[in-house]
Design a protein around this ligand. Structure first.
Ligand SMILES: [Fe+2]
Ligand SMILES: [Fe+2]
Length: 323
């Protein structure tokens, strides 16, 4: 098999990581903030120990060859729900990168140094996700789908541009909790990706593992910035609502564009995927709601065993390029 496109893609992914690290000019540097001293808001000095060294991996996948329209085992709902998620990633993950960089820049200079490694790993991982999901989304566009979600996100980012960085980091931490919970579901529930081509299953599970690996970074940064529990919880409630509405709308639009809206099989598959045994609701509802509890920390999501097992089983599928 010709591996040239893989190398080109992976290199671009890692250089995207470097670019993202280098490009930042508008952070409010040197300002140490203590915002609303709500319940349990004790500023911490640095990232959790496990997040200090986050490996950036080069994944051996070649998305340039395209993939079937109903790539997720021929299941219309599962395929277009996953497609919808992917559509939100490039613009969303760029926002996460920008937010944590701005957040670290608000810390006292001595404290910022504690975050160098975690920031580099977080940015490297998210920039590589962005790159590969942009490739994935380009194929969706070739298949005739329209990405509306990215415009909704971009509009909101523009409107919130002048908010204090602690809000951007709170939003990032909220989304990171969503992705970490979905990631655990993806690793535990084989049915979610049943029938997917091996390369696509690899792409999604690799992303899931890295989401799980860096799930504490934005959260710990938020605490280091002195963000309150009340603000964290309120942002999560808002983001949660928004996520359900927008993921549902984009999935519905995808199904409509694909001409699959009127097939009863589409909605039967959707009901099983969302509400059935091992489905999204049962796997995710409680872990998601735990974020609303004062004193919650994402390290309490016990998924390290699944992660380590998966990484070990896929050792031939990636190279560690940094971290
Ligand atoms: Fe990501
Ligand atoms: Fe993430």
């Amino acid at each position: 098999m010709n591996r040239l496109p893989v190398v080109a893609e992976a290199r671009a992914g890692t250089s995207a990581a470097k670019d993202a690290l280098a490009a930042d000019g508008d952070a409010d540097s040197g300002v140490r903030v203590r915002l609303d001293g709500g319940i349990g808001a004790e500023p911490d000095a640095g990232p959790a120990r496990g997040a200090a060294r986050l490996p950036v991996r080069r994944l051996r996948v070649d998305l340039a060859r395209g993939f079937p329209r109903l790539w997720c085992g021929g299941d219309a709902f599962r395929t277009h729900f996953m497609n919808a998620l992917s559509m939100s990633f490039p613009v969303g993950e760029q926002f996460f990168i920008d937010s944590v960089k701005k957040g670290v820049a608000t810390l006292a200079p001595g404290q910022q140094a504690c975050w160098d490694e975690a920031l580099r790993g977080f940015v490297g991982q998210e920039a590589t996700h962005r790159f590969l999901h942009a490739q994935f989304n380009a194929e969706l566009e070739r298949q005739g789908l329209e990405n509306h979600w990215q415009h909704w996100v971009a509009w909101r980012i523009e409107r919130g541009r002048d908010m204090h960085p602690v809000n951007h980091v709170a939003v990032t931490a909220a989304y990171e909790h969503f992705t970490a919970v979905l990631a655990t579901g993806l690793l535990r529930q084989a049915s979610w990706l049943r029938g997917a081509p091996p390369e696509l299953a690899l792409l999604w599970r690799w992303h899931a593992v890295e989401e799980s690996e860096h799930k504490t970074v934005a959260f710990d940064l938020y605490r280091a910035m002195g963000g309150s529990e009340r603000r964290r919880i309120l942002w999560f409630a808002y983001i949660g609502l928004q996520f359900f509405v927008e993921s549902g709308l984009q999935t519905a639009i995808n199904l409509w564009r694909a001409g699959l809206w009127w097939r009863p099989r589409t909605w039967w598959g959707g009901a099983r995927f969302l509400l059935g045994r091992g489905g999204v609701w049962r796997a995710c509802a409680l872990p998601l709601l735990r974020y609303l509890r004062p004193g919650f920390h994402p390290a309490q999501l016990a998924d390290a065993a699944e992660m380590a097992q998966w990484l070990e089983s896929q050792r031939a599928a990636y190279t560690i390029v940094a971290g």
